[in-house]
Design a binder for this molecule. Structure first.
Ligand code: SF4
Length: 410
C-alpha cells in the first residue's frame, strides 16, 4: 500500500485535460461518552451522558468551521470514542450529515462506528446500517464473564454474542471484534477458549490487544496495591505467538501487530491510514489530526471544548511540525508494525536516503535473530520480530538521522 494513497480525479469535462490525482484522507470523530469507565481505560471519556446534546452542538460547530484541505477527498469516516453506540441513530445521522456537507466523502467510503455490547439494540443496529454505517467494530474484550468483571466492562459474554448476531442480521459489510489478552492468571487454554468463541461467530476482523496497565487507571492502582499478580512478560509473549498461530489456522491473516482480517478488503482502511502516515482530520476533544508535515490536537476536556466552541474560538490545543527526522522515526515505527512492513522504494523516495546503507547493521542483526523476513523491496518483521517490536524499533531509531552523510542520501 502506498504511503499516501491516491485516486484518479475524473478528467476535466472530457476536454482532453490531463487527469490529475487527489490525495485520499480519513476523518475521525471522537464521541467522549461511556456508560461506565472500564478499569483499564485511559482514553478520554466521561459518564455524564446528559451533556450529549450540547456536545453534539459543539461538535457540529467544530466540523462546520473546519477548512476542507484543498485537493483532499476522504474515503474513511471513523466514529470512535468513548462509546459512540450510546448515541441515538438520529444523533449519529446528524454527525454524518454535517461531515458530508463539509467534506467530500467518496461514494464507497468505509464508515465505521465503534460499539459496545450492552449499549446496542437490534432496532438501533438496523437504523445505523440504513444511515450508511457499513463497518461495526464491537468492543467485546473477552468471552469470559470472569474476565469481563476483572476489566470492569458493563456487559456479559452473552450480551456480546447477541450483539454480533444482531449486527450480522442487520447486514453490515464488515464486523470486527476487539479482544484483550494477558489477564492475570490467563493460560494459553483460557485464551484459546476466548478466541474460539470469537471465531465461532465468524467476524470479518479481529483486533487482539495485550492488556496494559496505564498510569492513573484504577487497574494500575490495584496493581500497585498488589491486589493481583500480573502475567509475566514471557507468558504474555507466548500468548502473542499463540494468537498469531491460532488465528492463522482459523483463516485470519495478521496485517498489523494486533490486527487480523479474513481477507484484505476487510482490513481497517481507516487504521491503515494512521500506520501509513496518510492525512487525517480528527474532531472532538482530544482528537488528533495529521496533514503532513503538521500535526495538531484538540483540548482534552468536554467542558473546555464546549466553552471554546460557544465563544467561536479554535479548539486546537497544540500544533507541531514533524520534521524530517521525526517523520523517519514515525515511518519506521508505524511501518514495522505492519506485516507487509516498510516498502523500501517508497521510504527512500519519501526521505531521500538509501535504506539498506543507512540501516545495514540493524538489518544484519535482525536477520541473525530471525526477526526479519527475506524480501528484496520490503523491510518486514517475522512473527518473532513483531513480538519484540519495541526493541526492534529502538534499534532503528537509535541511528542519528540528522548526521546521515550525504553519500547515504539519494
Ligand atoms: S467503553 Fe471503551 S472508551 Fe469507554 S471506558 Fe471502556 S474501554 Fe474506555
Amino acid at each position: 500500500m502506498p504511503l499516501n494513497p491516491t485516486v484518479p480525479r475524473p478528467p476535466d469535462g472530457g476536454h482532453g485535460s490531463v487527469p490529475t490525482v487527489r490525495e485520499v484522507g480519513g476523518i475521525y470523530i471522537h464521541v467522549p461518552f461511556c456508560v461506565r469507565k472500564c478499569l483499564y481505560c485511559d482514553f478520554y471519556s466521561e459518564i455524564d451522558r446528559s451533556r450529549i446534546p450540547d456536545y453534539l452542538d459543539a461538535l457540529d460547530q467544530e466540523i462546520r468551521c473546519a477548512d476542507p484541505p484543498a485537493g483532499l477527498i476522504f474515503d474513511t469516516l471513523y466514529i470512535g470514542g468513548g462509546t459512540p453506540s450510546v448515541l441515538a441513530s438520529n444523533q449519529v445521522n446528524r454527525i454524518m450529515a454535517t461531515v458530508r456537507e463539509r467534506f467530500e466523502l467518496c461514494p464507497d467510503a468505509e464508515i465505521t462506528l465503534e460499539a459496545n455490547p450492552g449499549t446496542l439494540t437490534e432496532k438501533g443496529l438496523r437504523a445505523l446500517r440504513r444511515l450508511g454505517v457499513n463497518r461495526l467494530n464491537i468492543g467485546v474484550q473477552s468471552f469470559s464473564d470472569k474476565g469481563l468483571r476483572f476489566l470492569g466492562r458493563v456487559h456479559s459474554a452473552e450480551d456480546a454474542r447477541t450483539s454480533v448476531r444482531w449486527a450480522q442480521d442487520a447486514g453490515y459489510d464488515s464486523i470486527g471484534l476487539d479482544l484483550i489478552y494477558g489477564l492475570p492468571g490467563q493460560s494459553a487454554a483460557d485464551w484459546i477458549a476466548d478466541m474460539t468463541a470469537a471465531v465461532t461467530l465468524a467476524p470479518h476482523h479481529l483486533s487482539c490487544y495485550m492488556l496494559t496497565y496505564e498510569p492513573g487507571t484504577p487497574l494500575s492502582r490495584l496493581l500497585e496495591k498488589r491486589t493481583f499478580k500480573p502475567l509475566s512478560e514471557s507468558r504474555v509473549g507466548t500468548l502473542f505467538q499463540t494468537t498469531i498461530r491460532f488465528l492463522a489456522d482459523h483463516g485470519y491473516t495478521q496485517y498489523e501487530v494486533s490486527n487480523f482480517a479474513r481477507s484484505s478488503d476487510k482490513q481497517s482502511r481507516h487504521n491503515r491510514k494512521y500506520w501509513s502516515m496518510a492525512p487525517y482530520l480528527g474532531f472532538g476533544p482530544s482528537a488528533h489530526s495529521f496533514m503532513p508535515p503538521e500535526r495538531w490536537w484538540n483540548v482534552g476536556s468536554i467542558g473546555r471544548y464546549m466553552e471554546l466552541t460557544a465563544t467561536g474560538q479554535p479548539v486546537v490545543d497544540a500544533k507541531e511540525v514533524v520534521d524530517r527526522e521525526g517523520q523517519i522515526i514515525e515511518g519506521l515505527y508505524l511501518g514495522l508494525r505492519q506485516t507487509d512492513g516498510i516498502r523500501i522504494p517508497d521510504f527512500e523516495n519519501r526521505f531521500e536516503l538509501r535504506f539498506k546503507e543507512v540501516f545495514g547493521e540493524v538489518l544484519a542483526t535482525l536477520r541473525k535473530k530471525k526477526w526479519l523476513q527475506d524480501a528484496a523491496d520490503r523491510c518486514a518483521l517475522t512473527p518473532l520480530g513483531l513480538r519484540f517490536l519495541d526493541s526492534v524499533t529502538s534499534m532503528f531509531v537509535s541511528r542519528d538521522f540528522s548526521g546521515i552523510p550525504t553519500s547515504e542520501r539519494r
